[in-house]
Design a protein around this ligand. Structure first.
Ligand SMILES: *[C@@H]1O[C@H](CO)[C@@H](O)[C@H](O)[C@H]1NC(C)=O
Ligand SMILES: *[C@@H]1O[C@H](CO)[C@@H](O)[C@H](O)[C@H]1NC(C)=O
Length: 486
């Protein structure tokens, strides 16, 4: 109940009481009337005080909710409050309208296929071929030869398919809990000492995650989709990822640390585990079909790269009633640029965050609260795209606010913009589908991405074009928006 309606309500009650009092005076029962009035006033006040106390205790309950990074599907009580953040005016609404208008007058070139994409697609497909004569030391290529300041994999990587296949087939030597993030993950040591993180499958391919953009558990297939999308967009900053079907008995239990071992058990014919992590619990196990558990295996980056985690300036609050600074301020980008780390004069980090936003918007990943840089001794290291499991949530929704770094800063790397233009007219989904189909066949699993998620990417690409068109109008010259920094 709002305070306005409380006061109107109060006035009404007092008016009635007053009339009642006048009648009483007529009957010369002044004392009785005063007594009744007193009782009424006290009762009404107690009633309103109770309402106020209840309201404020609800508020403080909300305040005490922890900042959840990777939370579970919401309970009904959380869902009820989904729209309450609308009480606070978000600057996002204006930009939504402008971008919608821009989408309606988008030049026809953005709807046509651009034949340049074929050359890139052919090259990427040929990289996925497996060479027969793989060397023993194949792991040193992704660990030592490939990573540089700009990427984890170079633009031309003929050994890629062979290395992915080695990751698919390498024997597991040791299995441990991965103490990363808040969800169940395994840290596997493979033959030759390579390390990889295993994220199990929780959802079927067509599960739709509703609610806030960061809801749900990791979608293991999204890690593989992200890997191939990054190649298409020339943003090769995603760690190598393949699908793997682990035999929980022979590959994991036999090599498990005691800590992990104690969380494994049989349920009928199926082997289950629940691991040790923030959200891990014996009430919430993941089970194989028999012994076989599908998941994503992600190559662990070598220690010498010295990854350092940074807070994302466009981080969400993860609280439904609280907006982040970037959600309340149209000029937020200007403030970000004031810090040296994000000033375009000193580094391309801000442009990299715009790349990240474009990438995440296409995949519907609204959970990039931090990002990593390889800070060994690279000058101007690129923002890495690690941990993409919260992507592919809902193909029917476009979370435009993921694009905030793009529409608030109105800058983009020329290399990224060229790639985006190359995949117009539906060729983004077509190319991605072809790259991922290879993985589906190699791993012998169900198609890794649904048609709904694929066509969502084509639709979202049109929105990105519209935002860049809006930016060029706003900043008057193409050269103010499309920057050639790398
Ligand atoms: C377990 O496997 C056996 C043999 O394949 C089968 O007969 C049995 O029905 C299975 N039990 C369950 C609970 O699925
Ligand atoms: C096709 O893609 C190339 C490479 O990005 C780009 O230079 C060209 O402008 C695109 N053509 C159209 C019509 O958008």
């Amino acid at each position: 109940m709002s305070s306005l309606s409380i006061s109107i309500y109060r006035r009404l009650i007092f008016d009635h009481v007053f009339l009642f009092l006048l009648q009483m005076i007529g009957r010369r029962c002044v004392l009785l009337a005063l007594g009744i009035l007193l009782i009424l006033v006290i009762t009404v006040n107690i009633y309103f005080i109770r309402i106020i106390v209840e309201n404020s205790s609800q508020k403080s309950q909300f305040k005490n909710l922890p900042l959840v990074e990777e939370n579970y599907l919401p309970g009904p009580s959380l869902r009820k409050n989904e729209n309450s953040r609308n009480f606070q005016k978000s600057v996002g609404e204006d930009i939504n309208e402008k971008i919608k208008e821009e989408t309606q007058i988008l030049p026809s070139k953005y709807f046509k296929q651009n034949t340049s994409y074929l050359i890139v697609l052919e090259r990427l497909l040929s990289e996925l071929k497996i060479m027969d004569n793989a060397h023993e030391d194949i792991w040193s290529i992704p660990s030592n030869n490939w990573p540089d300041a700009h990427q984890l994999i170079p633009p031309s990587a003929p050994e890629l398919g062979t290395i992915l296949d080695a990751l698919r087939k390498a024997k597991v030597k040791h299995a441990d809990n991965a103490v990363l993030g808040t969800q169940l993950k395994l840290m596997l040591t493979l033959e030759n000492g390579a390390k990889a993180v295993f994220k199990p499958q929780w959802y079927s391919r067509d599960t739709v995650i509703r609610g806030p953009v960061y809801y749900g558990k990791d979608r293991h297939n999204a890690e593989i989709v992200a890997f191939h999308l990054s190649s298409l967009l020339a943003l090769r900053r995603v760690p190598l990822a393949v699908i793997r079907k682990l035999d929980l008995n022979n590959e994991i239990r036999k090599h498990a640390t005691p800590e992990l071992y104690t969380t494994m058990y049989q349920e009928g014919n199926d082997t289950c585990l629940y691991g040790v992590c923030h959200y891990c619990s014996s009430n919430d196990p993941v089970c194989g079909t028999g012994d076989i558990l599908e998941g994503a295996l992600i190559f662990w980056l070598p220690r010498y790269l010295h990854l350092v985690k940074h807070r994302h300036p466009w981080q969400r609050t993860y609280k439904k009633k609280k907006l982040a600074p970037w959600e309340m301020d149209d000029n937020y980008c200007k403030k970000v640029k004031e810090s040296k780390a994000y000033s375009p004069q000193f580094s391309s980090r801000l442009l990299d965050l715009v790349d990240t936003a474009v990438f995440d918007f296409l995949m519907d990943n609204g959970d990039r609260h931090h990002y990593e840089l390889a800070q060994n001794n690279f000058h101007n290291p690129a923002v890495l795209l690690i941990d993409n499991g919260k992507s592919l949530g809902n193909p029917d929704v476009d979370h435009l606010d993921i694009l905030a770094p793009l529409y608030q800063c109105c800058i983009i790397h020329k290399t990224t913009w060229d790639r985006l233009k190359m995949f117009s007219g539906g060729t983004l989904s077509l190319s991605l589908e072809k790259l991922i189909a290879r993985e589906t066949i190699m791993a012998d699993v169900l198609p890794l991405i649904s048609d709904a998620h694929l066509s969502a990417m084509d639709r979202r690409l049109l929105t990105i074009y519209a935002v860049v068109e809006y930016c060029v109008k706003k900043k008057r010259y193409v050269s103010n928006v499309i920057l050639d920094h790398r």
